[in-house]
Unconditional design. Structure first.
Length: 64
């Protein structure tokens, strides 16, 4: 599922994110959502979230 809409993402969902440091390479990191950090309903680069391990990045894909 697309990570550009806030309504697609819930706390506890398993997601694939791109960390700020990995934006050039596009390397993805998987984890579970702990917090939604973007307040707007959509974002062109993906909704920013914090994973349970503390990593922050933009959601590329949501696994439901």
């Amino acid at each position: 599922m697309d990570g550009k809409k806030r309504s697609n993402i819930a706390i506890g969902d398993k997601v694939s994110i791109v960390l700020k440091a990995d934006q050039r390479t596009g390397k993805r990191t998987e984890g579970q959502v702990a917090k939604l950090l973007t307040n707007s309903s959509t974002h062109p680069h993906g909704i920013k979230v914090m994973l349970t391990d503390g990593q922050v990045g933009r959601v590329q894909e949501v696994f439901k």
